[in-house]
Design a protein around this ligand. Sequence first.
Ligand code: CP
Length: 309
Amino acid sequence: MSRHLLSVDDLGRSGIDEMLELSSSFVEVTQREIPKVPALRGKTVASLFYEESTRTRLSFETAAKRLSADTMTFAISSSSVKKGESLRDTVQTIAALGVDAVVVRHRAAGAPHRIAGWIDASIINAGDGRHEHPTQALLDLLTLRRRLATTTFDGLRVAVVGDVRHSRVARSTVKALVAVGAEVTLVGPPTLLPESLAGWNCAVSHELDPLLPETDVVYLLRIQSERQDEALFPSLREYTTRYGLTAERAGRLKPDTVIMHPGPMNRGVEIAAEVADGPASIITEQVTNGVAVRMAVLWSLLGSGGSIA
Ligand code: CP
């Protein structure tokens, strides 16, 4: 891997495969009685989250600690950002304290790329606006590999349903799925699908129901009200009526179809509570596997090729 992880494009097909193999090794580490290795002792990982997060932030911090790295957590609400300090001054201050990697989430697409040009530390994109979320893509693929007990995705039929237009998860996960051979269909009303499909290499459907009996994976996306500045569909109720994975719709899936969601979920909108908690759902496994993936990413960027131990 290069010095940073800003996009799935930094990995390519071979890089994705390598990271999934490495992540599988770290799954074994996370399952040990003491799930900790000394691989990154002496390294410091800072979390710089300008946008809210539960999963990604805790997952990176857990991963860094399990690798024995020191962690530095930056809380916007109690920082000098509130006094008007710029992004550049903030990251240069953090760099001056001595960090080896900075995990960045920002509402502006491209912010992690800018930061990578300002300081020497490795930068990991933990979600930038509606642009990318590369470690989400890796954890999604690792979760599929483990649940489906396969290392090949050729011909796997994946329906990505909902607010694709505003979703960085969709941009990264679809790119990764297509790279490894899956057949992806984006599903939603035209107003929630990308303005241009150039580069997506996906099919598109404005109807979910015909796909239900033939899809292997249903990947639901959160309706991102905070990134919508106009009404893009008549009402949440109408959205659920046409695109929500209700219990009735889930009953029309093949018995082995799996259901994914990156979280946080709008229960009762894009997914019914009983479907989210049902046996076909691998949503909790996605969260669990995120730690191993982020251990693999941190180790690849900072581990200097040493052993995992
Ligand atoms: N999937 C995801 O990025 O979740 P958080 O916003 O909670 O980090």
